[in-house]
Design a protein around this ligand. Structure first.
Ligand code: 5GP
Ligand code: MN
Length: 342
């Protein structure tokens, strides 16, 4: 396997670790499988090296990730603000996993910006805000932050074996960020996955825990979303909207709409799928997915104060849902790549 990072950079990381005693790890708002998997995997690695790191997330994470070992110890800033901020004030090293700028952490990020703790980034998103971090491990073509964590551990230890606790968490994040090995998979990633399988994980249990654990409400919400999906054939686009009222009707829980944005991409000729949700913080949350060359990162960056990856991005809109959708439709003609190829 190729080394992604220079020996100098790895030495710098080890130097920072050896001069630190209180370590905290943070990840992005609405943590997904890669965010939780990478923080748990990295935290377990640090524990094995004698540290006692704490993990802090901005808000709740979905139930279908709660089987991952140690997730019961994660602190949630949204409902444990004082405890989390005290832990952060006392930290002398902060690992920032699976996001590219502190603003992706909302209020937690704003608090971190007031501290002068050393920050190390491990991430695979486009557009890192270098000024937010002291040391950056960023590679955008890599499938997931979990893959990066595995590769950093491999560079540190020179071994392709990790404990089952690390392997389970990293496997879960790689599986979810690649859509169960559908995209962003290099041949090296499959070698890594093979190594993880030999570290004592129960692959089928992990798959079932994430993908076969829908609540009835979530399944019905999925059916509802498919039935109200709108198609714009001239732009090879599909979109779905959900209002707060609709979310309440289906007793929405965090994570319930995870993955729904991908569904329209299985329609022949649809290359762009957008999912609009009214968030309780009074903005519209956009999830964007594409196949092939169309960059949703470019679209989210230009029009929806967001970004992410070429084929998977997020964003926000601060006007009502109907106006957001109208605006979205009004910018589509600008994107020549979406028009039907002759
Ligand atoms: P999702 O649609 O699953 O929320 O996010 C898709 C990808 O875009 C993820 O990699 C996520 O980190 C990124 N992303 C989601 N929302 C935002 C946002 O508001 N701003 C930026 N810069 N990235 C986002
Ligand atoms: Mn990720």
């Amino acid at each position: 396997m190729n080394k992604l990072f220079s020996n100098i950079k790895i030495a710098e990381l080890l130097g920072m670790l050896s001069s630190s005693r209180r370590i905290a790890i943070v990840t992005h708002v609405n943590p997904d499988g890669d965010a939780i998997g990478s923080t748990i995997g990295w935290s377990n690695f640090l524990k094995e090296r004698g540290f006692n790191p704490v993990i802090i997330v901005p808000n709740h994470f979905p139930d279908f990730l709660k089987w991952i070992n140690c997730t019961e110890n994660i602190f949630v800033h949204f409902n444990q603000k004082d405890t989390c901020e005290k832990l952060l004030r006392n930290a002398d090293l902060l690992f920032c996993l699976d996001f590219n700028k502190l603003s992706r952490l909302d209020a937690l990020g704003e608090y971190i910006m007031t501290l002068n703790v050393k920050k190390v980034l491990i991430d695979h998103h486009i557009g890192v805000e270098e000024k937010d971090f002291n040391l950056v491990f960023s590679k955008t073509p890599i499938s997931s932050t979990c893959e990066l964590v595995y590769r950093i551990i491999w560079q540190i230890t020179n071994k392709n074996r990790v404990s089952p606790q690390i392997a389970e968490a990293l496997y879960a994040g790689i599986m979810t960020d690649t859509g169960a090995f559908a995209h962003s998979c290099s041949s090296e990633l499959f070698r890594i996955v093979a190594d993880l399988m030999e570290c004592g994980i129960d692959r089928e249990k992990i798959h079932a825990s994430v993908y076969n654990s829908f609540s009835v409400n979530r399944m019905r919400l999925m059916g509802y979303c498919i039935s109200k999906m709108e198609i714009l054939p001239e732009y090879r686009t599909a979109y779905i909207t959900l209002t707060k009222e609709e979310l309440d009707r289906f007793r929405f829980e965090p994570g319930d709409t995870e993955g729904f944005v991908n569904i329209p991409l299985s329609i022949k000729d649809v290359v762009l799928s957008v999912f609009f949700t009214e968030s309780k913080d009074n903005y519209i949350k956009l999830s964007l997915r594409s196949t092939g060359d169309f960059s949703v990162d470019a679209m989210a960056r230009k029009y929806f104060t967001g970004g992410g990856h070429k084929n998977a991005s997020g964003g926000k809109s601060f006007v009502p849902l109907n106006e957001t959708v109208a605006f979205f439709k009004s910018v589509l003609p600008e994107f020549e790549e979406l028009k039907i190829e002759n």
